[in-house]
Design a protein around this ligand. Structure first.
Ligand code: ADP
Ligand code: ASP
Ligand code: MG
Length: 403
């Protein structure tokens, strides 16, 4: 019997009516002859509400306790969905991440899955039942509850699909698939029928939040085909899988944007070997994920180094850098949270010159200044002022005729 993992995001299970609609779909899939494992997110904005509540009672928020709190949202959804499935005569059993055997490392609030012991899920499947697993959480090697980082239910779903050898992982959400740009920003964005893992990785890494980055990495590494689709219309959506070598690749597939990063600049760093290594080692040791780095050409023997980090890591990054000023012989640190990144992604870029030129010309014509640039073989990103980033997305989407 084919096995499918079906993941439902927050808007898909936002209220009782939505939960009944999801139960109906799961029951139909089961009756049509597939084994189903379901993964659910917390209802609607529950996780945001819990984060806010934590902030109202505590400034320190011990990470262990935050994880216990945040993991509760998904538990509400899983139990309600099982009740709705029971009503339809389906033998459904809920599992927390821990009960499902999802073992993680001990990095609270951004834990990584290290092992999945899916025996209890397999037992339920073997008797014809439907396991319903709480997304976004696991149990650490120290036996504490952990969460996998925001958007982590996608990762739960793909990891379970890989561990259980599922034929496909369906990600149900509030849009009908992966689009050529965020449809909330570009109404004429086009739904893509197919996207390769490589392109989806670049999109997820640069703000296309329809899939969590880690989930795409998992899918690529374990060759799990994904199908991103709507839980409102149930129509076929976007397939994310291995690149098809027989197909001509689009030069540019999508424009993405990300407003969740900030820029740090270290001024007056002497132009000597080893100083950058020292700075970025110190940041890495504090778990800061540095993204773009730009070093200006040396003037009078000193340079400025700018880099971007997730906004949540800005305070730590500035503190680490300030602490190193003496050791680096640098003159000062400044930070800027008003930046955003706009990126073009497309597998055909590898073989087509001129994409960068048109990107820069388009931004120039819109009067948008480029502050930093970074590229991969299939992506070009520019850091711009945050208040202009949506204009940049629309201008690039039009210039590259993606609609
Ligand atoms: P869920 O709660 O189902 O996980 P998310 O909010 O995490 O849903 O992801 C879906 C959202 O991703 C959409 O509502 C859309 O606004 C946003 N999004 C950003 N970029 C894209 C894109 N390129 N294609 C589709 N959706 C996108
Ligand atoms: N509920 C979690 C979040 O909002 C996980 C998820 O929805 O994927 O980030
Ligand atoms: Mg999501």
């Amino acid at each position: 019997m084919p096995l499918v993992v079906q993941k439902f995001g927050g808007t898909s299970v936002a209220d009782a009516e939505r939960i009944r609609a999801v139960a109906d779909h799961v029951a139909r899939t089961r009756r049509a002859g597939s084994d189903v494992v379901v993964v659910v997110s917390a209802m609607g904005k529950t996780t945001d509400d819990l984060v806010r509540l934590a902030g109202e009672v505590s400034t320190s928020q011990p990470a262990r306790e935050l994880d216990v709190l945040l993991s509760s949202g998904e538990r509400i959804s899983m139990s309600l969905l099982c009740m709705a499935l029971a009503e339809l005569g389906v033998d459904a059993v809920s599992f927390t991440g821990s009960q499902a055997g999802i073992v993680t490392d001990t990095e609270h609030t951004r834990a990584k899955i290290v092992e999945i012991r899916g025996d209890r899920l397999r037992e339920v499947l073997a008797r014809g039942g439907v396991p319903v697993v709480a997304g976004f959480q696991g149990v650490s090697t120290e036996r504490d509850v952990t969460t996998l980082g925001r958007g982590g239910s996608d990762t739960t779903a793909v990891a379970l699909a890989a561990a259980l050898g599922a034929d496909e992982c369906e990600i149900y959400t509030d849009v009908t698939g992966v689009f050529s740009a965020d449809p909330r920003v570009v109404p004429e964005a086009r739904r893509l029928a197919r996207v390769s893992f490589e392109e989806m990785l670049e999109m997820a890494a640069t703000g296309g939040r329809v899939l969590a980055l880690r989930s795409v990495e998992f899918a690529r590494n374990h060759a799990v085909p994904l199908h991103v689709r709507s839980s409102f219309t149930w129509e076929p959506g976007t397939r994310v899988d291995e690149e098809d070598p027989t197909m001509e690749q689009a030069v540019v597939t999508a424009v993405t944007h990300d407003t969740s990063e900030a820029k740090v600049t270290v001024a007056g760093v002497p132009d000597r070997p080893g100083l950058a290594a020292r700075l970025f080692r110190a940041l890495a040791d504090r778990g800061v994920n540095v993204d773009m780095i730009v070093q200006n050409t040396a003037e009078n023997g000193t340079t400025d180094i700018s880099f971007t980090v997730p906004t949540g890591d800005l305070e730590t990054s500035v503190a680490v850098t300030e602490g190193l000023l003496g050791a680096l012989d640098a003159s000062g640190v400044s930070s800027d949270a008003g930046v955003a990144r706009v990126s073009l992604v497309g597998a055909g870029m590898k073989t087509h010159p001129g994409v960068t030129a048109l990107m820069f010309e388009t931004l120039a014509a819109a009067g948008i200044n480029i502050e930093m640039i970074s590229t991969s073989s299939i992506r070009i990103s520019c850091v711009v002022r945050a208040e202009r980033v949506e204009d940049a997305v629309r201008a690039l989407h039009a210039a590259f005729e993606l609609g």
